[in-house]
Design a protein around this ligand. Structure first.
Ligand SMILES: *[C@@H]1O[C@H](CO)[C@@H](O)[C@H](O)[C@H]1NC(C)=O
Ligand SMILES: *[C@@H]1O[C@H](CO)[C@@H](O)[C@H](O)[C@H]1NC(C)=O
Ligand SMILES: *[C@@H]1O[C@H](CO)[C@@H](O)[C@H](O)[C@H]1NC(C)=O
Ligand SMILES: *[C@@H]1O[C@H](CO)[C@@H](O)[C@H](O)[C@H]1NC(C)=O
Ligand SMILES: *[C@@H]1O[C@H](CO)[C@@H](O)[C@H](O)[C@H]1NC(C)=O
Ligand SMILES: *[C@@H]1O[C@H](CO)[C@@H](O)[C@H](O)[C@H]1NC(C)=O
Ligand SMILES: *[C@@H]1O[C@H](CO)[C@@H](O)[C@H](O)[C@H]1NC(C)=O
Length: 407
């Protein structure tokens, strides 16, 4: 049930900004990325006893405005529907054109037939046109539960993953400038085949692979970090000694801070637990080191969620919440500057907004769970919203109003 606060938030925002909030269903194994100061989410599915539901819509958080994580001010991208149902894929913003997203691999189901469909392995999204198009890429290989990373020259590196029956340890690369897909021929120091790991590329061009599941279904040790040097096309393995103990996991998330710390969060481990939920890998040390920071605030046991870093905030969305044994549709905010879970997002310092207007319309479905004569109810609610706004408009620390009060 949608909270009253959310309804009021949407209505007030509507009356001021002509924006209607979108209320997405909970989901796991979706994609999220940051493009043009928006946290964009798409794909994923909801596991249900009676039926597994997949999703094709796209929606975003506007990161140029403050918000309270509880209000979840999602906005639907009109026309941005995916051409396939997709989960456990990798989605990447091109470093050669910040308008372009590549969506690769994953479990794909035809939207019409709801059957597995790997006919198109690479999709491209153009932010300007809000349209997905399938790309014909020779040699493209279907893989699931992969995480790709892109370097500054526009080469996407995709390690291992699974295809339902086999788990791999090869390195596939996709050059977005030429649309060339190939497999690197590497024989030394190959890591174990694995999937559901995370990957982050450091400024020294080394990709750091953490966690995941091997072909026997075992979780890989967090003390064995796999490193891929993209300059030399070489694998290395680093045994992290000392530091804190981190239990093995997969379907976790990791984000890299600008000063070289990887923040690991959540995941599925033995007996469905992970301890700790959050840990920091210091990649500035010669031998990396895990530490468990003293945290302020709390967060649930999540897996199959995503995390993205924007300014000082790690923004965690959706996933499976082990604490309530159910899918989540929450947003969690972690302030990486002081390791604090917070509920308010404040863009700071001022982030320049995009100069170009886009075709992403903000008008969208407001699903307020009041399925009655829409127009009349809406007008009444707008009036209530305006009244509430007027009545409480002077209270400085009501988060809902703080959000709506911004330009
Ligand atoms: C939903 O997906 C899960 C995991 O793949 C599977 O075990 C389950 O049988 C599926 N449920 C239905 C109703 O298809
Ligand atoms: C889905 O299946 C239908 C019917 O087989 C087909 O016409 C359509 O091209 C498929 N869609 C995609 C995106 O492959
Ligand atoms: C994306 O769309 C814009 C506007 O139509 C167009 O100018 C641009 O060339 C497109 N980019 C790609 C890579 O197709
Ligand atoms: C996975 O790959 C193996 C080896 O290439 C192949 O035999 C198998 O059929 C593939 N499985 C699926 C589900 O595509
Ligand atoms: C899980 O959450 C959904 C709403 O997202 C709710 O309808 C369902 O009853 C919940 N299931 C359990 C077991 O709590
Ligand atoms: C962490 O920093 C944020 C601002 O960056 C501040 O609002 C918050 O109060 C700080 N939390 C603690 C526990 O210091
Ligand atoms: C919207 O898209 C159309 C084509 O799809 C394009 O001609 C137009 O310039 C776009 N408008 C903006 C403001 O980007």
């Amino acid at each position: 049930m949608v909270s009253y606060g959310l309804i009021i938030f949407c209505i007030i925002t509507l009356s001021i900004n002509s924006i209607l909030c979108y209320v997405p269903e909970p989901r796991i194994n979706h994609n999220s990325l940051i493009i043009h100061n928006r946290l964009l989410v798409f794909g994923g599915w909801k596991i249900d006893e009676s039926a597994n539901v997949s999703y094709s819509e796209m929606f975003y958080l506007d990161l140029t405005k403050p918000f309270d994580s509880k209000t979840k001010p999602w906005i639907l991208v009109e026309g941005g529907y995916l051409p396939v149902y997709i989960s456990l894929s990798t989605a990447i913003v091109s470093t050669l054109d910040y308008d372009i997203i590549y969506l690769i691999g994953g479990y794909r189901r035809n939207i019409t037939t709801d059957k597995n469909d790997n006919s198109d392995l690479v999709y491209m999204y153009n932010y300007s046109t809000t349209r997905w198009t399938s790309q014909k890429v020779e040699n493209a290989t279907p893989r699931q539960a992969i995480m790709g990373v892109i370097n500054n020259e526009g080469t996407i590196y995709m390690f291992g993953g699974s295809n339902s029956t086999t788990v791999y340890n090869d390195m596939q690369i996709f050059k977005v400038s030429t649309m060339d897909w190939s497999k690197l021929n590497i024989i030394y120091n190959l890591p174990l085949p694995c999937f559901a790991y995370t990957a982050n590329i450091l400024t020294n061009r080394i990709i750091v692979y953490i966690g995941g599941t091997d072909k026997e279904g075992q979780y890989l040790s967090m003390k064995t970090i796999r490193l891929f040097d993209t300059l030399k096309s070489e694998w290395a393995q680093m045994n992290v000694i000392g530091g804190d103990d981190i239990t093995p996991r997969s379907y976790h998330s990791s984000v890299l801070t600008t000063d070289g710390y990887i923040i690991l969060y959540g995941g599925l481990g033995l007996d469905e637990t992970t301890d700790p939920k959050l840990a920091i890998l210091d990649t500035n040390k010669e031998i990396y080191e895990w530490t468990i920071p003293a945290l302020s605030g709390s967060s649930p046991h999540l897996y199959g969620h995503t995390a993205n870093l924007y300014g000082n905030y790690m923004i965690v969305t959706f996933g499976y919440d082990g604490d309530i044994s159910n899918m989540s549709s929450q947003i969690y905010l972690f302030d990486v500057s002081n390791y604090t879970w917070v509920t308010t997002f404040n863009p700071s310092p001022p982030i320049t907004t995009e100069p170009t207007e886009t075709n992403v319309t903000t008008k969208s479905a407001l699903r307020i769970g009041l399925g009655v004569a829409g127009g009349v109810v809406l007008i009444i609610l707008v009036s209530i919203g305006v009244i509430v706004f007027r009545r409480y408009g002077t209270k400085p620390h009501t988060p809902i109003l703080k959000i709506s009060g911004t330009k």
